[in-house]
Design a protein. Sequence first.
Length: 95
Amino acid sequence: LFYGDLTGSALYGWSPQRSFGATSGAIVVAQGDVELQWLDTFAFDGEGGLLATSNKLQRYFVGNMDFSGAEGPNFRVLRFHIGAASYLAGPCASV
């Protein structure tokens, strides 16, 4: 299971073999205060990668998102190499 930490700007990975909690038992796959703001919309690429989008949605909600580009991109599509396939690929899937 992979999920984004909105307050910590991080991507976490969790396996059923570990204890479960918001961050306990999970591993940090990636963390970045600039690149990983509001990390969501996950998809497997079929080649061992996890795709995700990040954006500055928290800034949009309060009306101060910069659309001029002066503060960098507001939206990103990112790829993280995780070395795993989607559960939809079946129990014997390898990448």
